[in-house]
Ligand binder design. Structure first.
Ligand code: SF4
Ligand code: SF4
Length: 285
């Protein structure tokens, strides 16, 4: 028997705003996003606004946007403008489409809102060689340009690194990343390290979950499960509302069409749930 996670409060709402469509195809992507993966489609401004209205009624406190690559969504800036009228927003991006004019517009949205706007940029190495081995040739250079554009606009991003980046889990590795970030002129570098989920492309790159990597009711009570992010979040996609940002390719993790239909407990029966518990993962900043 697997433990259930309760929904204590819907504090955090995620949007799979670019579906599974990305301009690159990282070898560790846990949802195997790529230019050709249309498993989940892009969401329109109208799609997002419908759930934002529901979220406002339910007292959601913060909003996250991911994909795929969110800035491939033509409505992305309008979506942020709508979101920033009701709460803080964070965008998770690979950094390749952060052109100077996009960064200036992001800064304008930030300045005009009473809520915060955070941009999270992924790096997978200290240099082009290690980063591009996972993300593809030439990606590093474009991300560096994107980071410079953010810096020029006065936006300090959160740099997200997975443990696929060699050495990042050590204190020395973190220091090296922080130095790299400071090099762009960000005086207060912000770094978030995330573990890898052995699903999607990562399942092929390294390994799949073993059968023993599952949570049981003996190893975890529902009360203890209350610290997991799924006790306070949901993920909106073009195919409905899922329990969390990780399990969007699990049909049984789709909990309903609306947020109101998902306000209930969920069984933690997936290998990824084991990673969340053992590594204390939260996808929020
Ligand atoms: S990890 Fe991010 S940037 Fe890489 S393919 Fe997946 S969604 Fe795209
Ligand atoms: S993968 Fe993590 S966040 Fe998602 S349901 Fe399992 S424990 Fe919760």
């Amino acid at each position: 028997m697997h433990p259930n996670v309760p929904l204590n409060a819907l504090d955090t709402l995620w949007f799979q705003v670019a579906g599974t469509i990305c301009n690159i195809a990282c070898t560790h992507c846990f949802i195997s996003c790529s230019p050709k993966n249309h498993s989940h489609e892009m969401m329109s401004l109208a799609d997002v606004e419908e759930r934002l209205a529901e979220a406002r009624e339910l007292g959601v406190r913060e909003y996250y946007f991911t994909g795929g690559e969110p800035f491939m969504n033509r409505d992305m800036l309008a979506i942020l403008e709508a979101t920033l009228k009701q709460g803080p927003a964070t965008v998770l991006t690979n950094g390749m489409l952060l052109r100077a004019e996009v960064c200036r517009k992001l800064r304008q949205l930030f300045d005009e809102s009473e809520y915060s706007l955070d941009i999270r940029v992924s790096l997978d190495g200290f240099d082009a060689e290690s980063h591009d081995a996972i993300r593809g040739e030439g990606v590093w250079d474009r991300v560096m340009t994107g980071l410079r554009n953010l810096a020029a606009a006065g936006l300090n991003p959160v740099i997200t690194v997975t443990t696929a980046a060699e050495g990042v889990a050590s204190a020395e590795g973190r220091t090296r990343f922080l130095e790299l970030i400071r090099g762009f002129g960000f005086e207060r570098p912000r770094l978030k390290v995330l573990p890898l989920f052995h699903i999607g492309a990562e399942e092929t790159r390294t390994r799949a979950y073993e059968d023993w990597e599952r949570l049981t009711a003996e190893s975890l009570t529902s009360k203890e499960a209350s610290v997991l992010q799924c006790s306070s979040c949901r993920m909106v996609t073009s195919k409905g509302v899922f329990v969390c940002p990780i399990l969007i390719e699990e049909p049984e993790a789709r909990m309903g069409d609306t947020l109101g239909e998902t306000l209930r407990e969920f069984p933690l029966k997936y290998g990824a749930c084991h990673t969340c518990w053992v590594d204390g993962v939260t996808c929020t900043t």
